[in-house]
Write a protein that binds this ligand. Structure first.
Ligand code: NG1
Length: 507
């Protein structure tokens, strides 16, 4: 299995802006020495990501299409024999903290208060448990992050991944990439959001120059898919609405509620399709839309091998969209808890336990199973088609490829806005403005309800596009924003590298 790479040249990590990155790494080392009085042993880096298409479907077991970005977390680390984890951040908004790592002392993550160090502790705790470390080493750590927080670019997962890797390396054993992903996915749930695995997978396993088609079921599979080489080339611009959406805080009515709606949807769909008693549906936890889809076809003796992979995906997803309408169409305004339980011949309390509400509580009068399922299967179709266009890139004209990719992104945004209801007024406004300013496809990225949007723009139009958004959005809503701050809010990005260790022999 692939190992997390170690580099000794920044050019292996970043493809441009090397002087700027070198200055940042140098400043990290200098501040580390000033803080702890010794040089760090190593630096570990994990990037944020932008999801190009495939929103809120990783936790349904359905494929997604993100790429790593340059904004990242880096942590300088020194292993010590003192039984303490000392944690500091170069950003003065994030206070230092210090906790015991004596054998037997539990790491507590208080997710009722929002504290940046919680994300570090998640990765630390997950790594120590995964290594089976009875007596973990002490660590001195200095963190520097450039991923905006609560913006849909997955700064949280980048920090969790970085902390898990720092802890593994300091304790002498770094697990293979897929195991690090599993540790980071499971441990980020200590924060209280019942997340899928997209962010941690791309942060650890991204490859340069490609977005990644990520499948979660039946096993994690990551396929690099370069964008088609069009004339003009494709560029992606990220624009932050600057509406802060902290999904840990809003989880009971936003993120975790969507997870529950899709989980209950999967249970009910299995029952509607007459496959609820098949072992994979009855015993698996959580049951996802992807498992229901596969089991439905397996029950008919259809293992999918009759057609090419893409055709199989399309045929199956389209069939599920039809089934969803039949299963939930009589409840266009959603289900009450009692209605969902009755449809599953159970009680509301037993259903709540089945979808782990004890750990991830949710609040809702009505659960919109029809809409959530429609979004999930149609979004997966868009992901598969997006990949297909990228892979066929050379065979159709540049303008038709770009237009087709952009159309899928626009359709995704419409579905997120109207069907899955995870957009917000500012995201809608920014996407509409972006299309008028020359974007071929515009959508929210990440969890939504605020945060960032992503726009497909022909490279020769990027400068004009960014100027138009600055004028039409930022100068209207954030007239005080200028210079570097404005450039952090809207920037062009290319697929970046995944997590790595950096051993700074040249310094
Ligand atoms: P962000 O944008 O980092 O809040 C979240 C989830 C993803 C995925 C997206 C929506 C975590 C760590 N991340 O991302 O797994 O479900 O929302 O597509 O929970």
């Amino acid at each position: 299995m692939a190992e997390v790479p170690s580099y000794d040249a920044l050019s292996d990590i970043y493809s441009s802006g090397l002087l700027k990155h070198a200055a940042r790494f140098q400043a990290l080392i200098e501040e580390f020495i000033a803080t702890y009085g010794a040089r760090p042993d190593f630096i570990v880096r994990a990037p944020g990501r932008v999801n190009i298409i495939g929103e809120h479907i990783d936790y349904c077991g359905l494929p997604v299409f993100p790429m790593a970005i340059v904004p990242d977390f880096i942590i300088a680390v020194r292993a010590t024999d003192r039984r303490r984890i000392q944690l500091a951040n170069r950003d003065p908004r994030y206070p230092a903290c210090d906790y015991s790592c004596e054998p037997g002392s539990a790491v507590t993550i208080n997710n009722t208060t929002h504290n940046w160090a919680n994300y570090f502790k998640c990765g630390y705790k997950g790594a120590v448990e995964a290594l089976g470390c009875a007596g973990p080493r002490g660590m001195q750590c200095l963190v520097d992050g450039t991923v905006p927080s609560s913006a849909g670019l997955s700064g949280s997962s980048a920090l969790v991944c970085c902390a898990a890797l720092a802890t593994m390396k300091a304790n002498g054993r770094v697990l293979p990439q897929p195991d690090v992903v599993a540790v980071a996915v499971a441990s980020e749930r200590y924060i209280g959001t019942n997340g899928g695995g997209m962010d941690q997978t791309i942060s650890i396993m991204a490859q340069p120059h490609s977005a990644m088609f990520i499948e979660f079921d039946p096993a994690l599979a990551v396929t690099p898919v370069p964008f088609p080489s069009t004339t003009p080339p494709i560029a992606f611009v990220i624009a932050n609405t600057l509406v802060v959406s902290d999904k840990a805080v809003t989880a009971p009515v936003c993120y975790n509620l969507r997870v529950v709606e899709t989980r209950v949807g999967a249970l009910l769909l299995a029952r509607h399709l007459g496959i609820a008693d098949r072992p994979a549906c009855r015993d698996v936890d959580p049951l996802t839309f992807k498992i229901v889809m596969d089991e439905y076809f397996a029950a008919q003796g259809d293992d999918g091998s009759a057609a090419g992979e893409v055709q199989t995906w399309i045929r199956r997803l389209e069939a599920m969209l039809g089934a969803v309408q039949q299963a939930f169409g009589a409840h266009p305004c959603g289900y009450t808890r009692e209605e969902m339980a009755a449809a599953l011949d159970t009680t509301p309390a037993a259903l709540s336990a089945r979808v782990h509400e004890g750990q991830f509580p949710v609040r809702a009068e009505r659960f919109k199973l029809l809409q959530r399922a429609q979004h999930a299967f149609s979004e997966a179709l868009r992901v598969v088609r997006f990949r297909q266009i990228c892979e066929d890139g050379g065979s159709s004209s540049s303008s038709s490829s770009l237009a087709a990719l952009g159309k899928l992104m626009d359709e995704s945004q419409a579905s997120c806005r109207d069907v899955f209801e995870c957009s917000c007024a500012e995201l809608d406004e920014l996407c509409a403005l972006a299309r008028r300013a020359g974007s071929l496809g515009s959508r929210l990225t990440g969890a939504g309800w605020g945060g960032c949007s992503v726009h497909l723009v022909p490279q020769d139009k990027v400068a004009g596009f960014i100027a138009a958004i600055k004028e039409g959005f930022y100068s209207v809503h954030f007239p005080e924003l200028a210079g570097g701050k404005l450039d952090e809010a809207i920037f062009v990005t290319a697929p970046g590298t995944g997590a790595a260790f950096y051993t700074f022999s040249e310094w």
